[in-house]
Design a protein around this ligand. Structure first.
Ligand code: IPE
Ligand code: IPE
Ligand code: MG
Length: 255
């Protein structure tokens, strides 16, 4: 693999003396299932929520790394539609994390030219969580660096159902015929309609499943798993996942 130096472009600040190693064939869209916060805390005799806090701190590190590596889109699975099954105290704690995260980190994200977006049923989030995220989306709307796409209250199956409902509605309204429905029609109705499918999907914590994450979008995504628990997932390991991706041959059913 050939590595070469590029100026760090994903920032509004002067970058004249800043170079970052970026290699050819970078994945443009990386999605991460940030799993293992609870086990990280348990191993240390701490409550699960301590793992979520530590996990939030790691989001900062990985966002920074992704931006420096000139990744275009980083989709982070923060809360699934199934995670509402957890004890109320844990859910409430997780829902407060974006508020805390953005309170401390939004100015830096603005400076770093990061644009914040979300996928998932946004309207069903608690009011304060929604407000904090809305503010962050507005303040970063014109940024042109990394898209930080947070999957919150996200579930792939519901996303597809929602799309199908919209498509049925449009057919009923006579906008197009059933026979005209294609893969693009469905893609265009997903939360991710405006972004390309992930090139690389990483899951931490040793679980080898997708847990209702980007099922449609990851049809040809390269998967990468590690036993490392999310709070311990480092920039170095992130780069290793990217390096492994770069060695793979994507065939998309061809030869
Ligand atoms: C991932 O960590 C964070 C969320 C699902 C919100 P977990 O909380 O699932 O941690 P484990 O899997 O129990 O260790
Ligand atoms: C997936 O992790 C969801 C997030 C990381 C937000 P889970 O911990 O909820 O997944 P399962 O239950 O182990 O499949
Ligand atoms: Mg888990």
């Amino acid at each position: 693999m050939r590595l070469f130096k590029l100026p760090f472009k994903n920032s509004k600040e002067s970058t004249a003396d800043f170079t970052e190693t970026v290699s050819e064939n970078m994945p443009k869209h990386i999605a991460i299932i940030m799993d293992g916060n609870g086990r990280w805390a348990k191993k240390r005799g701490m409550p699960r929520v301590a793992g979520h806090r530590e996990g939030m701190d790691n989001v900062k590190r990985i966002v920074k790394a992704a931006n420096q590596l000139q990744v275009e889109i980083l989709t982070l699975y923060a809360f699934s539609t199934e995670n509402w099954k957890r004890p109320l105290t844990e859910v409430e704690y997780i829902m407060k994390l974006p508020i805390d995260f953005l309170q401390h980190y939004l100015p830096e994200l603005v400076d770093e030219n990061v644009r914040i977006q979300t996928i998932g049923e946004f309207d069903d989030l608690p009011k304060n969580t929604k407000a904090a995220i809305m503010r962050a989306k507005e303040q970063t709307a014109d940024n042109t660096g990394l898209i930080l796409n947070i999957a919150i209250n996200y579930g792939s199956r519901f996303e597809m159902i929602r799309s199908i409902r919209e498509i049925c509605q449009e057919v009923q309204e006579g906008k197009y015929e059933i026979e005209e429905i294609t893969e693009t029609t469905l893609s265009d109705h997903l939360y991710t309609s405006h972004i390309k499918d992930p090139d690389l999907l990483i899951r931490t914590s040793g679980e080898l499943r997708l847990s209702n994450f980007l099922l449609w979008q990851s049809a040809y995504t390269e998967l990468w798993f590690t036993d490392t628990l999310w709070p311990d997932f480092s920039k170095e390991e992130f780069e290793k996942a990217i390096n492994d991706f770069q060695k793979r041959k994507r065939r998309y059913g061809g030869i």
